[in-house]
Design a protein around this ligand. Structure first.
Ligand code: DP6
Length: 320
């Protein structure tokens, strides 16, 4: 009863921010993302009746921080009468810093736990379970460009374009590697309850999804850039107008944004997006990657650059 799964994070181009149902963790809005390739999380799960309680080992060290959420996720995947589990996690990128580590972690643990419990489930069922643990994790079950649709009866996730259909590149500028001040789940609840713009955000989302969908279908980079930056800034303006305000950016994040906008004004096919953290993700056409990397590396205060293409959804890598 042992299984290991690997999942990559995904980055939303049309963002999920806000929940319609807290208990079921159902997003209030649909979203569109790209699944990455070169950053990954591997999760091994073994159910063992001889263990006293669930244990989590992250990159070789026992780490109780994420354990309560992971235990709840295992309950939903394998049932509350399951045996205690030993969970081992390895990631090749910083966790808890706004790089979508919870998406890859919950996608991978859902796939591994389901197999370790001897249950056969299709990708859609696994995505629904992963989404119950962390909304964005549902998208990491699928390849390339992914759409998550939401309604009162649940979510439905699908791949809208495979990774090689439009092989964009992503350059991530790490501006501060530490943990974020407030988790995205708590921050989006603050926005729902207190931002005067929240209702408008929810109402406008179908239009942004439709625009992004059309841009992907037509591989129209300028159109995708326009809707992705607009949607990202709209999400951050919800955060800023929450009470208390949630501000994830730092001065370097802002300089990186200016750098990307200046490149695009010069004709370079690149746009930015930023999630619940201070890192900037620049998405570009493959021929622009070197120029984008060089420009972001030259921004004072950028600590590291991670580059990746688009990749596959979560999958099982070992069972025993
Ligand atoms: C800004 O999926 O982390 O990255 O469902 O509470 O776990 P929970 O939230 P989470 O939120 C992701 C927010 C975001 C935007 C996105 O990925 O769409």
């Amino acid at each position: 009863m042992h299984a290991t799964a690997r999942a990559q994070p995904n980055i939303a181009l049309v963002k999920y921010w806000g929940k319609r149902d807290l208990a079921r963790n159902l997003p209030a809005v649909g979203s569109i993302s790209i699944t990455l390739e070169d950053l990954y999380t591997e999760m091994s799960v073994s159910f063992d009746a001889a263990c006293a309680a669930d244990v989590l080992v992250v990159n070789g060290r026992e780490d109780p921080a994420l354990l309560p959420r992971l235990s709840r996720c295992l309950d939903s995947v394998a049932g509350t009468k399951r045996s205690p589990a030993r969970i081992e996690s390895r990631s090749n990128f910083p966790i808890g810093a706004g790089l979508a580590s919870s998406a890859s972690a919950f996608a991978a643990v859902t796939v591994a736990a389901s197999a370790a419990a001897g249950l056969e489930r299709d990708r859609h069922a696994l995505a629904a379970l992963a989404g119950g643990a962390s909304g964005s994790a549902a998208r990491s079950l699928f390849d390339g460009f992914v759409e998550l649709a939401t309604g009162s009866d649940g979510i439905s996730v699908s791949s809208v374009m495979p990774p090689d259909g439009w092989p964009l590149r992503v350059v991530i500028a790490v501006t501060a590697p530490g943990p974020k001040p407030i988790g995205s789940g708590a921050a989006m609840e603050l926005s729902r309850k207190t931002s005067p713009f929240y209702r408008r955000w929810v109402d406008e989302q179908p239009r942004d999804i439709e625009r992004a969908h059309a841009a992907v279908r037509e591989r129209d980079f300028a159109a995708l850039a326009a809707v992705a930056e607009h949607n990202c800034l709209k999400m951050h303006s919800l955060m800023w107008t929450s009470r208390p305000a949630v501000v994830y950016w730092n001065a370097v994040t802002l300089t990186c944004m200016e750098t990307v906008r200046a490149l695009r004004a010069d004709g370079v096919p690149v746009f930015f997006t930023i999630d619940a953290g201070p890192q900037l993700k620049a998405v570009c056409e493959p021929q622009a990657e070197a120029e984008v990397s060089e420009a972001l590396a030259a921004v004072p205060g950028v600590r590291d650059l991670l580059t990746t293409g688009l990749g596959r959804g979560a999958r099982l890598v070992a069972t025993a």
